[in-house]
Design a protein around this ligand. Structure first.
Ligand SMILES: *Cc1c(COP(=O)(O)O)cnc(C)c1O
Length: 396
């Protein structure tokens, strides 16, 4: 089995590049250059030094003692929340901005839902002095105004998208349209392991620093590089792919992706793509997505904006089908409760996305001596309003 995909970006039956004729030149240029550039020594030196000195890596691996006691297993948290800009997204945007520079691009576009990827993209553009345009659904702009202000302060232009339902998938369509109109000077920084080949493979490589560090940190802390379990939340799938990456060929490590069940799997309001979806093409890639019987993409629902996407990248579609990784889901309320629990017993306020992975800890059935790594993909500052509302509803 190949987990890195074939030369056309297929992972089994998933992946590929299903794109309009007019996008071919852009995608072919990337495809022709990305591996050579990423693997070159000067790229690696610059990427690694920015990850260390700018993003603050390695992110710490923290043994959560009180949480371990409650769960009944040895729980470690991989602290992506401590990165600059507050999540794992900076790993990918740093990689892509260095690639864009080497391709001679002067202008960057990006799509964003909650604004986390938009902020990370605007950040690296400020760092490198490149023009930045971020496409964001008008509804998301209204819901996430602090991130809109952040992007503008960083010098990015935020374009409010008023087509469709004015959310992430509409912003993505608008970004693709812009890229077609600016094939020569513009690089499109996609924020997750989605989109046409080579994006899923490229983003996974940039995020694989997470599992690279895990191996070393676990060796130091427990004397072996393999945990028994890795738990990560799955939106498009980038933090999960990065943390699975260097363990895919080690079957003793049980890999769990946790999707958002929203108001419940059978409620009609969820984002549990791999539980409910089927094969189809979305945003240039053959993946598992939530669709009606006649192939209309269904709307996703999750209290966490970062997991609110009706598809999941091709690697996860494949890992699910092959059985190498297991995919489960937790509801909004379970995630809220897990976020509050971590805050109260460890003094860490997690992103609501990450809280989905935490919420599955209790259902995992790990034994007392087993080691579980939970990827804490981001910090919870952006979710304070939602947390306060949840606490009010709980009466405390
Ligand atoms: C964007 C985001 C996610 C979901 O994206 P993936 O590509 O699935 O990792 C998860 N957690 C946080 C904090 C995010 O910002």
């Amino acid at each position: 089995m190949s987990y890195s995909g074939d030369e056309n970006g297929f992972f089994g039956e998933f992946g590929g590049a299903y794109i309009p004729e007019m996008l071919q030149p852009n995608v072919l240029e990337l495809r022709g250059h990305y591996l050579k550039i990423i693997e070159s020594p000067d790229f690696q030196v610059e990427f690694k030094s920015l990850l260390r000195d700018y993003a603050g890596r390695p992110s710490s691996l923290y043994f959560a003692g009180r949480l371990s006691e409650q769960v009944g297993a040895r729980v470690f948290l991989k602290r992506e929340d401590l990165n600059h800009t507050g999540s794992h997204k900076i790993n990918n945007t740093l990689g892509q901005i260095l690639l864009a520079k080497r391709l001679g691009k002067r202008r960057i576009i990006a799509e964003t839902g909650a604004g986390q990827h938009g902020v990370a993209a605007a950040t690296v553009c400020a760092l490198m002095g490149l023009e930045c345009v971020v496409f964001m659904g008008a509804l998301d702009c209204a819901r996430q105004s602090p991130n809109v202000e952040r992007m503008r302060m960083l010098g990015a232009e935020v374009r409010e998208v008023r087509s469709g339902t004015q959310v992430l998938k509409d912003a993505t369509n608008e970004a693709i349209r812009d890229w077609i109109a600016h094939p020569l000077d513009t690089h499109y920084i996609i924020g997750s392991t989605v989109g046409p080949h080579p994006y899923p493979d490229m983003v996974a490589r940039f995020q694989s620093v997470i599992s690279e560090e895990l191996k070393q940190q676990l060796t130091e802390q427990i004397g072996r590089e393999t945990p028994d379990y890795i738990l990560a939340c799955v939106g498009g799938g980038s933090n999960a792919m990065g943390s699975f990456y260097h363990y895919l060929d080690q079957p003793s490590v049980k890999l769990y992706g946790v999707e958002a069940a929203g108001e419940g799997l059978t409620s009609g309001r969820s984002a549990a793509t791999l539980a409910l979806g089927s094969k189809g093409v979305l945003h240039g890639s053959c993946i598992v997505l939530m669709q009606t019987r006649d192939g209309q993409v269904e709307e996703a629902h999750s209290a966490s904006a970062g997991l609110d996407y009706p598809g999941v990248g091709p690697q996860h579609s494949y890992l699910c089908k092959s059985g190498r990784a297991k995919y489960v889901s937790v509801t909004d309320d379970e995630a809220f409760a897990a976020a509050l629990q971590l805050t109260r017993i460890e003094g860490i306020i997690p992103a609501l996305e990450s809280a989905h992975a935490l919420a599955y800890l209790g259902k995992l059935g790990a034994a007392a001596n087993e080691v579980v790594v939970v990827i804490l993909s981001g910090r919870g500052d952006k979710d304070m309003a939602a947390y306060l509302e949840y606490q009010k509803k709980q009466g405390g």
